[in-house]
Ligand binder design. Sequence first.
Ligand SMILES: Cc1cc2nc3c(=O)[nH]c(=O)nc-3n(C[C@H](O)[C@H](O)[C@H](O)COP(=O)(O)O)c2cc1C
Length: 199
Amino acid sequence: MPDITHAREPRLFALDQLLSRRSVGPLQEPAPAGADLDLILDAGLRAPDHGRLRPWRFVVIRGGARLAFGEKLGEAAAVRDPANAAALAERYRAWVRRTPMLIAVGAVVKPGNIPEIEQLLAAGAAAMNMLNALHMLGYGGMWVTGPNAYDPAVNRLLGFEAPSRLVGFLTAGTPAAATTAPVPARPERAAHVAEWTQD
Ligand SMILES: Cc1cc2nc3c(=O)[nH]c(=O)nc-3n(C[C@H](O)[C@H](O)[C@H](O)COP(=O)(O)O)c2cc1C
């Protein structure tokens, strides 16, 4: 067993951070930038991946570009669902306006020995690392998908041509004051954990 006694306190602090992460809905400025953003992206790049394919790709969408992105989401929605085009355009316009930053997370999927699911899981692990890093640095965010994440036109716009694909969007910013409520309880451990035995 490795001797970690000298480093136990910082490790417990890190675990405490993992255990207190929550998704944050209402966000405000500032979004992470500079060295903070670099740390968050580097945390994503610590995710495991099979075969050293390095499939993770992160597309940062912020500032004026995010408003332009919202317009593009509206255009894509108009193709998917013409009957509701106006309402969807307004929904996505409002979404990007109230979201200080988006990080689109996807996998560049390489056909070959490593199954697609493993490449997508690696991108998912990167997303999770970045959510944790956001939280540890005092920011907040949430992993969202919805129809945009599965729309080939939106995927292409962000550089994910099939078989490459998005695994979702991370919203990122500073938690609005109203989100300082206690962390919601997690499910009972026993409902999710079993121990396999031979008999
Ligand atoms: C792959 C994935 C996709 C998700 N997509 C959405 C989404 O589109 N909309 C949404 O409201 N929540 C979505 N969620 C759930 C939120 O990210 C979040 O986990 C949930 O609100 C519970 O909050 P918690 O993370 O604090 O437990 C998604 C979660 C995952 C893992």
